[in-house]
Ligand binder design. Structure first.
Ligand SMILES: [Zn+2]
Length: 469
């Protein structure tokens, strides 16, 4: 008996050691960092979507976290997504340089030897960030492979998902899976997961169709509601629970769960609590907003030309139509700078936003470089004409932080650029480069309708966040 107790204590200690130093990311746009593991303990501030945190303690449904700027506080574990444990592996016969920043011109601090591996942290600007000598450094993604710790799983998010024999949409379909199906994942290649099938053979699935963490919150489940009266926010799902504070009539909230006529909600200021849902009415989060979408290029200007010879102007227009439909469903009035293959100057596009009295302008593009190794998603803003530099930045950031939650979409930055379409307008404006047309895998991904659907949903979530916060 004593031995059993001792064993349990040892296991508990090990779990704690394992939990310490685990990295997670917030999975909702604006969430409170509480003083203690209780929704009425007061808040220290809020965290944006995709904020990186170190989990330092777990208690019931709560995690104590440390933010990137050193603040400590508590968040419900439901609002933190913990990525799988992965390694960057050198499967070549030569050493690979480890550097201080994502550029071959940056300082070299060491080398990854053939056959050895390092802990994977993230991917930025086409370089993997790894843990090396207890710090974060960069290694070229195109020279290395990603492998998973054995026993890591992924779960399919949709029905009738194709499993292929290679990490490419042009490869042969060898099996299919449905929502909730889980598979052991052993590797990751250009936005595709390598998974183990029932007969122990391997197949590939597009990463944007799967998740590692089926129990955590995802923004795709958000239901927006407005309070019909001044309404008490409570710590649990009945009037018997403590009141946290009173929401004003007409306030927009996000419903994340429901129980016995009560909704668990997140307020626009990041508080989490429960409300009697008799006094909550479903609402369109973009009602009354005017949005101008700008599919880049057109007419005699093809934009970038992809690895296989496709024109950027066409895919920009496809994505804009798709996004328009989603934004319309959320209540926005959506206009487009062009609805067919015609040329308009960037100056005219910017001016059109002002003439319409648009609340925002979003220009849609796809990237290209003369190096097919590069991949990733970036958003842009411009500070030249604005009185308030946060004007376009907030929009660029909100879209970026949502888009990079898609599995298989990698960070390429939020950048200040003097783009004419952003400069020649007084409307808050951002530009997105969804992926690299010059990268053969990304080119195929961005032309795939299921990828476009997931991407446009996330861009719309970002726009909703921009107006909500
Ligand atoms: Zn472009």
């Amino acid at each position: 008996m004593k031995k059993t107790i001792l064993l349990i204590i040892i296991i508990l200690l090990l779990i704690n050691i394992y939990a310490y130093g685990t990295t997670g990311y917030t999975n909702i746009s604006n969430i409170a960092l509480y003083n203690n593991a209780a929704p009425d303990s007061g808040i220290k501030g809020t965290l944006k979507m995709s904020s990186k945190v170190e989990i330092i303690e777990k208690k019931d449904e709560w995690c104590k976290v440390e933010t990137q700027d050193g603040k400590q506080g508590w968040i419900e574990k439901y609002f933190i997504t913990i990525p799988s444990e992965k390694y960057v592996v050198n499967n070549n016969q030569y050493n690979i340089n480890i550097r201080t920043s994502p550029a071959t011109s940056s300082k070299q601090v060491g080398q990854l030897k053939p056959g050895s591996k390092a802990k994977y942290i993230d991917t930025y600007h086409s370089w993997h960030i790894i843990e090396y000598n207890k710090s974060e450094y960069y290694i070229a993604s195109w020279l290395t492979d990603i492998e998973y710790k054995q026993s890591e799983k992924i779960y399919f998010l949709y029905d009738s998902i194709n499993i292929r024999n290679k990490a490419s949409l042009s490869s042969k379909v060898i099996a299919q899976g449905n929502r909730g199906d889980s598979f052991e994942v052993v590797g990751e290649e250009n936005g595709w997961y390598k998974i183990v099938l029932k007969d122990n053979s391997c197949g590939y699935v597009a990463a944007w169709l799967a998740t590692h963490d089926i129990d955590s919150y995802t923004e795709e489940h958000a239901i927006y509601k407005k309070t019909t009266h001044d309404l008490n926010l409570r710590t649990g799902p009945s009037a018997g629970y403590d009141r946290i504070f009173t929401l004003k009539k007409g306030e927009m909230v996000k419903t994340v769960a429901a129980e016995n006529g009560w909704d668990k909600i997140v307020t626009q200021s990041g508080y989490v609590g429960w409300c009697n849902n008799y006094y909550l009415k479903e609402a369109l989060p973009l009602s009354g907003k005017v949005i101008l979408l700008d599919p880049g290029h057109g007419g005699y200007d093809p934009g970038a030309i992809s690895y296989s010879g496709k024109f950027e102007k066409h895919i920009n227009l496809d994505v804009a139509w798709n996004l328009k439909e989603i934004l319309n469903k959320s209540g926005a009035a959506v206009y487009m700078t062009r609805t067919s293959d015609t040329y308009i100057s960037n100056r005219e596009r910017g001016k059109l936003a002002d003439n319409l009295g648009a609340d925002i302008l979003l220009s849609i593009h796809h990237n290209s470089l003369n190096n097919s190794d590069y991949f990733g998603l970036s958003t842009y803003y411009n500070t030249i004409n604005y009185k308030d530099p946060s004007y376009g930045y907030d929009l660029a950031e909100a879209i970026y932080l949502n888009a990079i939650t898609i599995n298989g979409v990698y960070r390429d930055g939020i950048l200040d650029r003097n783009f004419e379409v952003l400069r020649e307008t007084n409307t808050p404006a951002a530009l997105i480069e969804i992926g690299f047309m010059s990268n053969p895998t990304e080119e195929m991904n961005i032309h795939n309708i299921s990828f476009q659907n997931v991407m446009t949903e996330k861009i719309a979530d970002g726009i909703i966040d921009y107006f909500g916060n």
